[in-house]
Design a protein around this ligand. Sequence first.
Ligand SMILES: Nc1ncnc2c1ncn2[C@@H]1O[C@H](COP(=O)(O)OP(=O)(O)OP(=O)(O)O)[C@@H](O)[C@H]1O
Ligand SMILES: O=c1ccn([C@@H]2O[C@H](COP(=O)(O)O)[C@@H](O)[C@H]2O)c(=O)[nH]1
Ligand SMILES: [Mg+2]
Length: 215
Amino acid sequence: MGSATEATKDISENLLGDKKVTVVFVLGGPGSGKGTQCANIVEHYGFTHLSAGDLLRAEIKSGSENGTMIQNMIKEGKIVPSEVTIKLLQTAILENGNDKFLIDGFPRNEENRAAFERVTGIVPEFVLFFDCSEEEMERRLLGRNQGRVDDNIETIKKRFKVFVESSLPVVEHYESLGKVKRIDAAKPIPEVFEDIKVIFSSLASKVMKLVIISS
Ligand SMILES: Nc1ncnc2c1ncn2[C@@H]1O[C@H](COP(=O)(O)OP(=O)(O)OP(=O)(O)O)[C@@H](O)[C@H]1O
Ligand SMILES: O=c1ccn([C@@H]2O[C@H](COP(=O)(O)O)[C@@H](O)[C@H]2O)c(=O)[nH]1
Ligand SMILES: [Mg+2]
């Protein structure tokens, strides 16, 4: 087992089996622009983007035995059981050669958060939080046009409720640890990314890479 040097001890490099990774949780309301900006971060900063929602949608498409249950939960805007989502995230991390991940749209509630930390041992480097009004998010979701079963006004209202009641407490938890970097996500896309760049450039100037010292 290795240990971090003095220079990297504040970087969250954690064990996932034998793999040590740096993770940023990307959180924010439905339609706040998480996926859009994750694509920009991937392009500029070499992270791998893992959208929990995309992994769940891929699981439905794969014909998995959990597919019908997941589809029903998504249609209702409900949170899929932790063990299902964590397994998908864990597999995606282990199968990927990268060691830097943006985990988008997870953890969705406190139980997700605690289970993920317990199972994977991963603590996020920080949480990138997209702050946006419901009015603006609703406008974006109704205009998204990607054929998602949950982009209709009835499900959107349910998703907003779940976000406020279950997901915001996760942000508050990380806020209490000083780990939240809040972004004004109501701005136009290029301006939001300018703000994100400040955060990731400062992270890149710290020691970002994994340091393994054989003992
Ligand atoms: N800053 C922005 N201004 C205007 N439109 C935006 C902005 N960011 C994203 N959008 C648009 O809003 C829609 C939702 O964006 P995106 O899919 O990135 O959100 P999300 O947070 O990933 O949503 P979800 O939680 O539902 O997956 C998309 O059509 C996207 O093009
Ligand atoms: O960790 C998660 C992530 C997502 N879900 C379900 O999927 C939909 C869509 O998620 P997006 O992040 O908007 O793509 C969400 O409303 C949940 O039903 C989940 O259960 N757990
Ligand atoms: Mg998304």
